[in-house]
Design a protein around this ligand. Structure first.
Ligand SMILES: NC(=O)c1ccc[n+]([C@@H]2O[C@H](COP(=O)([O-])OP(=O)(O)OC[C@H]3O[C@@H](n4cnc5c(N)ncnc54)[C@H](OP(=O)(O)O)[C@@H]3O)[C@@H](O)[C@H]2O)c1
Length: 244
């Protein structure tokens, strides 16, 4: 057990979550990484050293998320920050009727985020200390055709984050919402709707951000004095005027 602060990062196997995990280790945190791909978690944990550990976790399973929190406490003592980052984005038009993908987005992006909050909030309230950071999207601020269900989950994450912030403010628990614009990650690989894929293949009229830009936003929120709660951060590529 160490005296360093401990963070749990979901979705640590790629993109934004991997960048957050690397940055937190570099800042001296203990990091418990969570995702489903065991091989990636294992090699990242080996690379990051003794302050990193992992728990193979499917955030759609409440029991997995509770085990994740238990494992972090057992290994590192207490959980100071929970970064609810894992998410999927199988964009589709409603007419394509990809109902299983709608269900999955609700399960991962919305219910998974709730399970993370549930797993760590009681201890944070008892200790009167802790920080929950939820990664939403600019799709939680505006929407467009093809973004409907993804946007609904991210509008939902924004709403629950603000409600949670108001509820726990007096108990000294901080809640931060991070809303990124487009970031270069594996997220677009979850799309199966051919019409959306054709639009994406036409290329973006701007340069997407690097995952590190969002990791830096997380570090900013975490590094403020305990008396300051960064409520929301929105970061877009400079050239991204609208959603698409
Ligand atoms: N990239 C963007 O343009 C962008 C913009 C705005 C917001 N975001 C948000 O940023 C967050 C991170 O996405 P990313 O861009 O870094 O995408 P990514 O590279 O595809 O990473 C997604 C992560 O989520 C994990 N994940 C997916 N389903 C999971 C499940 N059921 N249980 C546990 N982990 C799961 C994946 O790991 P496993 O497959 O190993 O489980 C992976 O580590 C998401 O919430 C996304 O909505 C991204």
């Amino acid at each position: 057990m160490t005296t360093a602060k401990t963070a749990i990062v979901t979705g640590a196997t790629s993109g934004i979550g991997e960048a957050i995990s690397r940055s937190l280790i570099a800042k001296g945190y203990n990091v418990m990484m969570a995702a489903r791909r065991a091989d990636r978690l294992e090699s990242l944990a080996q690379e990051l050293g003794p302050n990193a550990d992992f728990a193979v976790t499917d955030i759609t399973k409440r029991s997995d998320v509770i085990s994740l929190a238990d494992q972090a406490k057992e290994k590192f003592g207490q959980i100071d920050a929970f970064i609810n980052n894992a998410g999927i984005m199988p964009l589709s038009f409603f007419k394509s009727r990809k109902v299983e993908e709608w269900d999955r987005m609700i399960d991962v992006n919305l219910k998974g985020t709730l399970y993370g909050i549930d797993a760590v909030l009681p201890d944070m309230l008892d200790r009167q200390d802790g920080h929950i950071i939820n990664v939403a999207s600019i799709a939680g601020l505006q929407t467009a055709p093809g973004f409907g269900v993804y946007s609904a989950t991210k509008f939902g994450v924004r709403a629950l984050s603000e409600s949670l912030r108001q509820e726990v403010a007096a108990q000294n628990v901080r809640v931060t919402l991070i809303s990124p614009g487009t970031v270069q990650t594996e997220l677009f690989g979850t799309i199966t709707d051919n019409e959306i894929l054709e639009l994406i293949q036409a290329g973006l009229p701007y340069e997407p951000m690097k995952p590190q830009t969002i990791a830096d936003a997380v570090l900013y929120a975490l590094s403020q004095p305990g008396s300051a709660c960064v409520g929301e951060i929105v970061v877009r590529p400079t050239g991204q005027g609208t959603m698409s």
